[in-house]
Ligand binder design. Structure first.
Ligand code: ADP
Ligand code: MG
Length: 378
């Protein structure tokens, strides 16, 4: 099972330019989280901070009991091995064929024999649907295939945490749909902790267990995807609906009076247009579509099971609309336990401060592993 990443009070600046402040969130082990945010809000800077390529000035990032913000070089090197990263452009070497690109981390970081390297590379290429493309150069294949190759390379060292920086950028909607399914399938197969930075609202609505939004140098929200998808926060609704009216401006933030006037005019026109990508409002029922499930024949997602118990414990922290949406993803017995007050209150607020607590086993239940499979009819 993947490892948790516990970020608290994280602040990053370049010189006098503050990128974001006081970012606090926990990526639960083996779950899929998505981070949204307008361009330039520091999403890539956040990912680079998580792998220790950039050093935040304040706060901590705790992974396997090590704070990578303050630990020494040697420790950081060890922790980095837990990560697989899919950079925005795939970051492949243009002069190397796909096999050599994907084999690169194995040849650099391990002492595996060439025959072991070959079997691992072919296995990972198979996992991402690239069988037979070993000899191709990055320049000879489509953008979607380059992303898959980058992903295969991120997988070769068997990472516990995978970071995806805009994996869908530059892909057509059909390729994005295939990629999203691949991400869910991979998660089911390897049970690693996933963090995906994206602009794609469809991805944000159907792929993750947890969803967050960076805006105005702050993490506006982070928690179960139902929380953000049912949120009435103006900035959240503007982003999810992809509309001009709201706090997010063309190149900078708008002033309050302008935003209020725009929202009033929008409401007068009948509210958000139902363009099929944004939430259709609190009463629309479609604000939280069903989550993608692994392809038939693959194992179930263990992260999803763990998440069911985790969010059942947190239910009381959310408003009614969010609770109703979360309840749809929970099996009967957990709902019953939650309603009977069987869970100790969690210590966080709104999911963001959720942290693994060894003493947090609900009464009458022993392990997440005994939970029955929730059937993906809805
Ligand atoms: N190494 C760096 N040095 C100075 N400024 C940087 C560096 N990397 C990123 N930035 C700045 O940080 C801000 C956020 O960048 P980025 O994380 O790439 O945004 P996003 O990925 O959300 O589009 C931008 O203003 C960018 O210019
Ligand atoms: Mg970026």
């Amino acid at each position: 099972m993947g490892v948790a990443v516990e970020v608290s009070g994280l602040t990053k600046s370049f010189g006098s330019q503050n990128i974001w402040s006081d970012v606090t969130l926990t990526l639960p082990p083996g779950e899929i989280s998505v981070l949204l945010g307008p361009s330039g809000t520091g999403k890539s800077v956040f990912l680079k901070s998580l792998v220790g390529l950039l050093k935040p000035e304040k706060g901590s990032i705790v992974i396997s009991d090590t704070d990578i913000v303050t630990c020494g070089e040697h420790k950081l090197y060890e922790i980095r091995k837990l990560f697989g990263v899919l950079f925005q452009d795939g970051a492949l070497f243009g002069s190397m064929n796909l096999f050599d690109n994907i084999a690169f981390p194995l040849r650099e970081h391990t002492t595996k024999s060439e025959s072991e390297v070959k079997s691992i590379v072919l296995e990972k290429m198979d996992m991402v649907g690239l069988q037979g493309a070993e000899g191709k150069l990055p320049g000879e294949i489509s953008g979607g295939m380059r992303k898959r190759a980058g992903l295969a390379r991120a997988l070769v060292l068997d990472p516990e945490i995978i970071l995806f920086d805009e994996p869908d950028s530059g892909l057509d909607p059909v390729r994005v749909a295939y990629l999203n399914q691949l991400i869910v399938d991979l998660n089911a197969q390897i049970d690693a902790t996933f963090l995906i930075v994206t602009h794609d609202i469809g991805t944000a609505r159907t792929v993750p267990d947890n969803l967050g939004l960076l805006f105005r140098r702050n993490l506006v929200m982070f928690g179960p995807r139902e929380q953000l998808l049912t949120s009435q926060e103006p900035v959240v609704r503007q982003f999810l609906n992809g509309r001009r009216e709201g706090p997010i401006g063309m190149s900078e933030e708008k002033d309050v009076a302008q935003v209020e006037a725009e929202i009033a005019a929008l409401e007068a026109r009948g509210g958000d247009s139902h363009n099929g990508v944004g939430p259709k409002g609190a009463s629309g029922g479609e604000a939280v579509p069903p989550q993608l499930t692994p392809t038939e024949g693959l194992p179930e997602r263990r992260g999803e099971r763990r998440r069911q118990e985790r969010v059942a414990r947190m239910l009381h922290e959310f408003d009614e609309t969010t609770q109703a949406a979360i309840r749809k993803s929970l099996p009967e017995h957990l709902l019953a336990q939650s309603d009977a007050g069987a869970f100790q209150p969690t210590r966080g607020a709104g999911g963001r401060h959720w942290a693994p607590e060894p003493d947090a086993t609900p009464m009458g239940s022993t392990a997440t592993a005994v939970l029955p499979r929730q059937d993906g009819e809805g």
